[in-house]
Design a protein around this ligand. Sequence first.
Ligand code: LR7
Ligand code: MN
Length: 584
Amino acid sequence: ITNLRRGRIFRTAAICVILIVLIYALHSYTNLNGEDPINTVLSNDLPAYYKFHRDVYPTLKTELGNYEPKNKVSVKGPGEDGLPYHMPQERANDVADSESKYGMNIAASDDIAMNRSIPDTRLEECRFWHYPQDLPSTSVIIVFHNEGFTVLMRTVHSVIDRSPTHVLHEVVLVDDFSDKDDLKENLDNYIKRWHGKVRVIRNTEREGLIRTRSRGAKEATGDVIVFLDAHCEVNVNWLPPLLAPIYRDYRIMTVPVIDGIDHRTFEYRPVYQHGTNYRGIFEWGMLYKENEVPEREADLHKHKSEPYKSPTHAGGLFAINRRYFLEIGAYDPGLLVWGGENFELSFKIWQCGGSIEWVPCSKVGHVYRAFMPYSFGNLAKNRKGSLITINYKRVIETWFDEEHKEYFYTREPMARFLDMGDITDQVALKKKLQCKDFGWYMENVAYDVYDKFPKLPKNVHWGMVKNKASGLCLDTMGKAAPAYISTSSCHGAGNNQLFRLNEAGQLGVGERCVEADADSVKQAICRLGTVDGPWRYDDLHNHLVHRLHSYCLTLQPHTRTLGLAPCDPNNTYQQWTITHKKPN
Ligand code: LR7
Ligand code: MN
């Protein structure tokens, strides 16, 4: 009897436990999926993804939004949790070898799991957002040229593992004519595990990343396309927050916030720890910059984790409605290989009625390489001058107005002579789409550029700065600022010998400023927000005069170093000519 009773008590207890578990499960299920946040908010005037979970359900205990991972598996191995992987000393040769071939440590990547874990680097708030269930179907497009196999495949694994299955329509790999063996049948075989969800198409000649992306967009079949570089790892729940703004308005292009992956150790590092939001801008030489979100934009948002507007983007990683991307002409097909396409797309989108939003809750890691491991091959032939500057010129000639074009040419005086090809089609497209002018864009979108990079005063002289006594020219020797400036034989090709002096006394080289004292002359980062400086050219004596005691730029005859010394009209080591030739 006691046994029987004990059995009954046990059974009742067991049933109770099961019931409690069931009720709990049902409860959390309804919280997550049942009380559909979309329905809740559709009766409201705000669209679904504007609903911050905590605002809708202030008492809700669970942290999970509708696409948050439910459990975390932790495996031990090199690089897991995004920790740095330091290879043993005896592998130093492999490391050096892959660094020189790929610009990153592929030997290390080969040892790290394809589906390794990485830290969730999002703002805490991001776990409290809800997104619509019927987000648009998405094609992720990854273009590549001679990338490391494991790095490329880890990109794909992360996309497959961290995207909602019903939203991810396909991953399209576009091979830009790679010649590395492991990117051929080996790759075809590897992607079979995904049963057609991942496919590869191949260029029959090298096209460069810009045209290759446009091709990927044409071939893709999802409603939204997302571009990724071939060396990325997407973070937890990266995709829904990118798609939600596009779901609201198909003319919004969205950009994830990019974390860093170390090219040597593959350490995954959050780009900024303190939740400060940045947005993409540019300086007048069209170098890409980022700037803390200005108050005028920040004030529009209640939460730091909300998407916010940005004038431009870095280029590689973004989502856009596919039909819309093709409607606005994809990328200008006249752009070559690499660079400037981020500006072309940004100016086009903003000026022609669309907008760009950066999405703090979408984080994607990207390997920043030590150098560019590939050449531009035949694509650069028949094009004199720098290919990237040619791209910039096409973009500014299409999208800037006369006033702002001048700032570009002031900063990049050589660009005036470069052959940018024919932009008739681009100008016609701008007209057809009835795009607004650049002044509108600067006033309403990129207004914060002027704070950091004010309008540029005109150059009074530019070109190579040649010393009379020695016949040598000022040269940065390609060093990164801050660094001493030296002299070398004059080549007239611009680049490291191209200096310019403006009406406000700034002597500059590239985006840097020349600073000097008695025994050194350096190129340094210009004081942000200023365009003036201490220099004056004295036409009578060919002196470069510095405000400091009115001293003159001097080449020391014995040490061949540069400095400032009292001006002496008879000292030919103080005489400089600043001239340029038209490139042929
Ligand atoms: O000829 C080529 N064909 C290609 O298919 C050259 C490159 N590629 C591929 C390459 O394999 C890679 O997957 O194109 C992709 C981008 O090339 P990267 O990784 O060499 O470019 P990047 O990361 O150095 O440079 C940034 O600027 C480029 C300008 O054209 C592109 O827009 C890159 O996508 C862009 N990368 C990012 O925005 C990532 C964020 C870092 C920054 C800045
Ligand atoms: Mn890249």
